[in-house]
Write a new protein. Structure first.
Length: 301
């Protein structure tokens, strides 16, 4: 028999429900979950279990009755809002990123600033939570994929579709742990559904660790059938990317990205598995993971 929510259960207040992870989160809501109140600057069509409020973080005053708050969007903007808000829900679940680790020592000042911003936002949220008695859980996904709204694998697939091949340096063997967007959404929901809060800071890697070039090969096989990876000398690739960057002003193709192609970005998923039951799938994407013309989102590279 299908479980139904009690009418007196306090709702969840959700920010970022229209984004990359938020879309998967909304699709995974169960009939027994509390109702969600979602905040968006744009008017949204009605969804099962969701009531939309048209507002921005700068003018939304909050929802005093909320039993929990989930932030699925930019962490720094949410930290700004929570500091201003007087709310003190029992628990807060917020998405960060493993970019807090991966880009800390980047060759690019902008990427180092991003890592500092993420870490500062985490500390600010922790301070608010400690002061108000909130159980805070921060989840840091790795490379998120699965609905085409990322700026990492989907960009590689788009290039392969356009050119029918994807040049990569022979040194692009740094290890990666791509995590499916549905597994990230499941981790957020697990935090919200647990009878007792699971506070802490948890890295959320995917269920498989593989070299960057192998990851690219699988992504292209799923999203750009018939295209192939072309391995070139590292210096040739760097010159080509720098030229492309100069011609197109494409973001995310800086020296930090080039350096990380050969670096291992591997994180321990044990704590999230133990505390949250996080059991992500291996990296076996299908065509549905890379739909055409999806809106990109921020993520680790």
């Amino acid at each position: 028999m299908e479980e139904r929510r009690s009418p007196d259960v306090p709702p969840w207040l959700v920010f970022g429900l229209s984004g990359q992870v938020g879309t998967a989160f909304a699709q995974a809501l169960a009939p027994g979950d509390p109702p969600c109140v979602a905040v968006s600057r744009q008017a949204r069509a009605p969804q099962r279990g969701v009531r939309w409020v048209q507002a921005g973080l700068d003018d939304f005053e909050g929802l005093p009755a909320a039993g929990a708050i989930a932030s699925l969007g930019p962490l720094d903007a949410f930290a700004d809002w929570l500091e201003r808000s007087p709310l003190a829900p029992a628990r807060v679940v917020a998405l960060g990123s493993t970019s807090v680790h991966a880009k800390r020592d980047s060759a690019e000042a902008g990427e180092r600033a991003l890592a500092v911003s993420l870490r500062t936002a985490e500390l600010r949220l922790a301070a608010v939570a400690a002061a108000r008695g909130i159980a805070l859980t921060v989840l840091r996904p790795t490379l998120v994929y699965g609905n085409g709204r990322d700026r990492n694998l989907s960009r590689l697939v788009a290039a392969a579709r356009r050119w029918r091949l994807l040049p990569l340096p022979a040194s692009a063997r740094g290890l990666r742990q791509p995590v499916h967007v549905e597994d990230v959404a499941a981790a957020v929901l697990a935090c919200l559904r647990e009878p007792r809060p699971r506070p802490g800071f948890f890295d959320l890697p995917g269920g498989e660790t593989l070299p960057f070039d192998q990851m690219a090969v699988r992504a292209i096989a799923a999203g750009a059938p018939g295209a192939r990876v072309l391995r070139v000398p590292g210096w040739v690739f760097r010159l080509a990317v720098r030229g492309l960057r100069w011609l197109t002003r494409t973001p995310g193709l800086g020296e930090g990205f080039l350096d990380r192609l050969g670096q291992d970005l591997v994180y321990d998923g044990g704590p999230a598995r133990t505390a949250l039951g996080h059991s992500p799938r291996g990296f076996r994407p299908g065509p549905e993971a890379f739909p055409p013309r999806a809106a990109p989102q921020h993520g680790e590279a």
